[in-house]
Design a protein around this ligand. Structure first.
Ligand code: NDP
Length: 352
């Protein structure tokens, strides 16, 4: 693996943002968290650009001046594009590009639209990315706690000669340098993110379903299978510990029987079919065929996404999961930061 540069607090300050107006376009998960962190860090001139709706009112209640998107861009020289990736190209074309000026900085929180050329900013604008690796609620929560969410940083275009300084100032302002900021490029950020979604998560979900199928065949009760698998939160606890101790080093937190079983199973497993699946997915990400398919799906009103939701919501394991969550009141054990997941579920309902 190629070495990458990792920046911390000693590499960054707010100087490159001094005297500049920052526009946060999109006051959602990331927008709200980043705007508040920047303000607390000492960035004085922050405006929010949004549609006139609940987010607009929330930004006003939080004490930010709020403008129509285009107007916010026109009065700012550092523009954060924090609307969902699916709508960003249309928002960019209609409201942002016409109001950008030479010397402005356009900051992304995801590499997707630049990588696949759905957004191509003008040559005289700096194009940077500071992409937190956590949901917005965590970006804010960690900051308030005196810590920060790690982030990827990239400079796609350095028209001014100062793009890296501005990107580092942004990373500092949102709290990311308190943790660590990995320098890379838009394409790498995009592809790592997509392969997690399209390769890793499907493998994990299919492993859960396969275990369910085998245990149901053997006559085990649905609630018991699901509680043992992940509803008890043991699995999420293991992943949380893996993130702070390491996947192998957290194993001694479990019984010797468990440690032996886990390590022996990992060692016996044939990963080649998984590698094949990952390579196939990586190929579709690399050659742009996934991006093309997804754009066509959006234009057609998400027919495949709706079909797949219907299929999996009707799967016996997923139905049993909902029954068990209700039966044991597990939804009350929800954790901070998970509001984003319920927001997404609501958003999905609205596409049905
Ligand atoms: P959200 O879904 O929370 O939405 C952000 C904002 O976009 C809201 O204020 C929303 O306002 C506005 N918006 C939605 N649709 C439109 C539209 N059609 N026209 C104008 N405004 C619209 O986005 P996120 O914060 O999740 O994502 C923002 C960026 O951050 C994305 O690039 C994403 O990839 C990136 N990111 C997200 C992470 C996450 O965990 N969520 C993590 C790291 C990066 P309204 O009230 O009008 O809907």
């Amino acid at each position: 693996m190629a070495d990458s540069t990792v920046y911390d607090e000693s590499d960054a300050d707010l100087d490159a943002l001094t005297g500049r107006t920052v526009a946060i376009i999109g006051y959602g998960n990331q927008g709200r968290a980043q705007a508040k962190n920047l303000r607390d860090a000492g960035v004085e001139d922050i405006v929010v650009g949004n549609r006139k709706d609940a987010s607009w009112e929330e930004a006003q209640e939080d004490g930010f001046p709020v403008y129509e998107t285009g107007e916010a861009v026109s009065i700012a020289s550092v523009v954060f594009l924090l609307v969902p990736d699916e709508v960003a190209p249309a928002v960019y074309e209609e409201h942002i590009e016409p109001n950008l000026e030479a010397g402005d900085v356009l900051n992304f929180a995801s590499g997707y639209n630049v990588t696949y050329e759905y957004i191509t900013p003008p040559d005289d604008v700096d194009v940077v990315m500071v992409a937190p690796r956590m949901v917005g609620a965590m970006v804010r929560e960690l900051y308030v706690d005196g810590r920060g969410a790690p982030a990827f940083l990239a400079v796609e275009r350095d028209a001014s000669g100062e793009a890296l300084d501005v990107a580092l100032a942004i990373a500092h302002g949102i709290g990311a340098t308190r943790s660590g900021v990995i320098e890379g490029d838009f394409e790498t950020e995009t592809k790592l993110d997509l392969l997690t979604e399209q390769g890793l998560i499907p493998v994990i979900a299919n492993a859960l379903i396969a275990k369910w199928e085998v245990e149901r065949e053997a006559g085990a009760p649905p609630e018991a299978i699901l509680m043992e698998q992940y509803l008890s939160q043991e699995l999420s606890h293991i992943f949380r510990k893996a993130a702070t101790m390491g996947i192998v080093e957290q194993m001694p937190l479990h019984s010797m029987t468990s440690q032996y079983g886990q390590l022996a199973g990992i060692d016996e497993f044939d990963r080649e079919p998984l590698r094949e699946f990952m390579r196939e997915k990586m190929g579709e990400i690399d050659d742009g065929s996934f991006a093309t398919e997804w754009t066509l799906q959006q234009q057609a009103g998400y027919p495949k996404l709706k079909r797949l939701y219907k299929k999996y919501r009707g799967h016996e394991m997923i139905e049993a999961e909902q029954t068990t969550i209700d039966e044991f009141g597990l939804d009350e054990l929800d954790e901070a930061g998970d509001a984003d997941a319920s927001d997404a579920a609501e958003a999905d309902e609205s596409t049905d």
